[in-house]
Ligand binder design. Structure first.
Ligand code: B3K
Ligand code: ZN
Length: 882
């Protein structure tokens, strides 16, 4: 295996570019056989601020046909390529460089650069795909104005799209046509996009706050126009929201979204021409669930918000990725909170953070929000950069308040509009605009790891004085260990942690409303004078309200206190959190019972607390659905020294079944009360009712009662919307009854022509707890519904199995690991980015017993030893084995 240190790219090596590219004139001509000629005319100019250097351009898989400087052809173009870069010495300070290359998008299975999907051509350039289209300094701090001319067959590719505005078009010989686009805004090449395809278009118009009319268009594969109305609605909603909340308006005359079925990630914010995975555009009540609708809303908003946070102000280098991603996730979270229930959104965000980011910090791929080194940048579009990055922005928001934060945003745009900048520049704007000192706070960007905060309290009843002692510790992660081995120093020290606190009395009445404390030392004591509150006993603290910092909190709190918080805390997040803490503690205790060979049981206190939430569920069904969801198997495992997936699964199953037995009546009543009459609408209130009703159905299904199963079957067959149909479908498909095959067959027969619904059919089978799951998943790879070249199919079946089915992926016989390794080896030559994402399922392997570790190691080594392994997978597997 190649030496990974030698291959790593380091932040400390950043140098400003030696050459600027002021304008790019691109001519792309797609021939009938798919082979494509790209001519690029770059107006290059030496950067006088740095010592003179050769002009070095990046390129991959380009067949160089010609090279010219200021119109003079250079002989033997290939002789200018050194170590994969095109190097030109002795150029004038300013000149026009012309390159002509041929590329083969039909053979491009990586889905990076220009590639073919079905009958059309699409691009994905972030992070480093533009170099697969033409020779270019492929780095985000080189910003240029683009003119793009596209040529292709008129009948096969009626739509020729690129960033910006259409300025001219016409016919050509041989039934071909052309179109020229000009983007008025300078941009880094990762924001370049083009499309040549036959597509249907949904048009709309939007008038901005300042009164400018904008043309909106969503392009989808022919026949799917009836599935893009909601995405258009979401686009207009998010445009209005950004005007109202952030004072930011669209700067273009035209904004386009194109949906494509083959796409590595969710969507891409290319200037004026977003390209989306169909998963985040297409929706209709009968094919998309409430969760799908919500995701579409959030992703459309996210990409739109990037137009300011990402495109107008972009990243200086890829180490700064969180500058645009953390901030834009924060913005889409706030959008979600303003549109739906703030508390429920927050609960879901924190659940996501704990499911993906906490384990990332605890595993071999740990890195800070702003990493200091990487081997393959595509591996760093992570939960840490995105979700923890958003938490870091949220903490700034908490420390500054909405007004201070908005002043910071204004200053940020004043200073940096049109520039490529760093995370530090963002924090400086926030600090300068608000006067809040964020010097220490910057450590959040540099330190990996989930900090632990420990809380201890004491109460002097005579004086009415309550003290809270908070201490923080920041565990060393795989990241610091690696830096040490490389002989690098790294900053460590206490973080600036905002801790939101409220206090309740023994009856659950609030005696201190939310106060934000700044924990900045390793240990710090805060004293409160509560003599006016008439307390007879120590108050009950509600700590880290609304999850005010991405930390793990250690605080001794007995079961009764948790039950009080669950019932009375004014902070809804902490009401949910108290329930999760209680459930986690009790379930882990039962796991220990099982491991000791004793019988596990469900403590009555838990049934009572659960019943109380159920009894109040009418007040806020969406919240109740969250509060009544038990901690996941993965979360429970993360709390154990050595993860025992079998015992965890057995205990969770026991809890579900026992709760269903004890509370059958209340669950039945919830089902009756929560029916949602009238036609389906993806509205928050109706979504909450459906979530709660289907949760109740889920518990009742744990009873193995044929009456309940028949009820589920009729819901499956009669539902007028996918939310209800899918809920019943997945429950029946996971049940050990003959109905399982019935619903699997009926579902596929009905939806075989809707690719996104077929993905659901695959993922339900991948998450099944039934014993034949691993064998089935393997068989499904040969099913016509599966396609290794399509990322959505791989994610639905393979990644879902590896990442969301701990019981079977971590099977003691190693069969899950062997299966995953086989797929990764097969997938790596096809699409390394997708293969690498699947490989991340091995992150936790050292948390299991020796037997499982042995199997996992073998599986990882079999991947590592694959000849020609991609840099993407090599980095993930190399770190896992290190
Ligand atoms: N910026 C893109 C992600 C690109 C991923 C490249 N491997 C989507 C987003 O975050 O909006
Ligand atoms: Zn983004």
């Amino acid at each position: 295996m190649k030496n990974s240190f030698a291959r790593a790219i380091h932040l400390r090596d950043y140098r400003a570019p030696a050459w600027w590219v002021d304008t790019v004139d691109l001519d792309v001509s797609i021939a009938d056989d798919g082979s494509t000629e790209v001519t690029a005319r770059l107006a290059v100019r030496r950067n006088a601020a740095v010592p003179a250097q050769v002009l070095a351009l990046d390129g991959e898989e380009l067949e160089l046909l010609g090279l010219a400087v200021d119109g003079r052809p250079l002989p033997a173009p290939a002789s200018f390529i050194r170590d994969g870069r095109l190097e030109l010495a002795d150029l004038p300070e300013q000149c026009t460089l012309e390159t002509r290359v041929r590329i083969q998008p039909d053979r491009n299975t990586t889905l990076s650069g220009l590639y073919r999907s079905r009958d059309g051509y699409f691009t994905q350039c972030e992070a480093e795909g533009f170099r697969r289209i033409t020779w270019f300094p492929d780095r985000p701090d080189v910003m240029s104005r683009y003119t793009v001319t596209l040529h292709a067959d008129r009948t096969r590719f009626p739509e020729l799209l690129a960033n910006g505005n259409l300025v001219a078009s016409g016919d050509e010989a041989g039934g071909r046509h052309w179109a020229r686009w000009v983007d008025p805004f300078p941009k880094p090449c990762y924001l370049f996009a083009m499309v040549a395809a036959k597509l249907d278009r949904l048009d709309d118009r939007y008038t901005t706050a300042s009164g400018r009319a904008v043309d909106l268009a969503i392009y989808v594969e022919p026949g799917k126009l009836d599935q893009c109305g909601f995405a258009m609605h979401a686009l207009k909603k998010s445009m209005r929201w950004d005007e109202r909340r952030f004072g930011l308006e669209l700067d273009l005359d035209r904004y386009m979204i194109v949906a494509v079925g083959d796409f590595n990630m969710g969507a891409m914010e290319n200037k004026g021409l977003n390209i989306f995975n169909t998963k985040y555009v297409l929706a209709r009540p009968d094919i998309a669930t409430d969760v799908d609708y919500m995701n579409i809303d959030r992703v459309v908003a996210h990409e739109y918000f990037h137009n300011w946070t990402g495109n107008r102000v972009t990243c200086r280098d890829w180490f700064q990725l969180s500058l645009k991603e953390g901030l834009t996730v924060f913005r889409d979270q706030e959008y979600g909170s303003d549109e739906y229930s703030r508390a429920v959104q927050r609960i879901q965000e924190v659940r996501g953070l704990r499911a993906a980011q906490f384990p990332e910090d605890a595993g071999p791929m740990a890195h800070p929000v702003r990493p200091a080194s990487y081997e393959e940048i595509n591996n760093f579009y992570t939960a840490t950069v995105y979700e923890k990055g958003a938490e870091v922005v949220r903490m700034i928001h908490t420390l500054l308040g909405e007004d201070g934060f908005q002043r910071g945003m204004k200053l940020y745009f004043q200073r940096h509009d049109g520039q490529a900048v760093t995370c530090d520049d963002f924090v400086s704007a926030m600090q300068d605009a608000s006067g809040v000192d964020l010097t220490q706070f910057r450590r959040w960007y540099e330190q990996a790891g989930t900090p632990r905060v420990n809380a201890e309290t004491s109460f002097d009843a005579a004086l009415g004085r309550w003290t809270l002692t908070l201490s923080q510790s920041n565990p060393e992660t795989a990241y610091e260990k690696r830096l040490k081995e490389e002989g690098l120093s790294f900053p460590r020290g206490p973080l600036h942690i905002p801790v939101a606190l409220g206090l309740l009395d023994a009856d659950g009445r609030e005696v201190l409303p939310t106060t934000v404390l700044s924990l900045t030392d390793t240990t710090q004591t805060f004293t409160f004078d509560l003599s006016q509150c008439g307390l007879k006993a120590a108050p009950l603290p509600s700590l880290l309200r609304n999850f005010s910092a991405p930390v793990a909190l250690d605080f001794e709190c007995d079961d009764r206190a948790l039950a009080t918080l669950m019932a009375h805390d004014k902070d809804e997040f902490n009401r949910w959190e108290a329930g999760q803490r209680l459930a986690t503690r009790l379930m882990l205790a039962q796991v220990a019972q099982l491991q000791a060979g004793r019988e596990a049981l469900v403590p009555p206190l838990f049934v009572e607390a659960f019943a109380a939430v159920l009894a109040q569920s009418d007040a806020d069904p969406a919240f109740a659905a969250e509060a009544l969801t038990l901690p996941s198997e993965a979360w429970l495992g993360d709390q154990m020294a050595i993860i025992d997936p079998d015992a965890i699964h057995a205990v969770r199953r026991l809890f579900r079944r026992t709760l269903a037995e004890r509370l059958r009546g209340p669950f039945e009543q919830v089902m009756a009360r929560m029916s949602a009459p009238g036609p389906y609408a993806p509205e928050p209130a109706a979504m909450g009712r459906r979530a709660l009703r289907n949760l109740a159905l889920g518990y009742l299904m744990a009873l193995d009662d044929s009456a309940v199963q028949l009820r589920a079957l009729s819901q499956f067959r009669e539902a007028d919307n996918m939310t209800d149909q899918f809920a019943a479908f997945s429950l029946l498909a996971h049940s050990e009854t003959p109905l399982r095959e019935v619903v699997l067959n009926e579902f596929l027969a009905r939806w075989k022509d809707e690719a996104l619904v077929v993905d659901k059919w695959l993922s339900v089978q991948a998450t099944s707890p039934l014993p034949d799951t691993r064998a089935r998943v393997r068989e499904l790879m040969a099913h016509p519904a599966f396609d290794l070249k399509n990322p959505n199919k791989v994610y639905a079946l393979v990644r879902t199995f590896c990442a969301a089915n701990p019981l079977h992926f971590h099977a003691a016989d190693g069969s899950g690991y062997a299966y995953a390794a086989g797929v990764i080896r097969e997938l790596d030559p096809v699409n390394p980015q997708v293969a690498s994402r699947v490989a991340r399922a091995f992150d936790r392997w050292k948390r299991f017993d020796e037997g499982r570790q042995g199997h996992a190691r073998k599986a990882l080594e079999s991947i590592r030893d694959l000849p020609g392994l991609s840099a993407d997978v090599a980095e993930v597997v190399g770190r896992a084995l290190a």
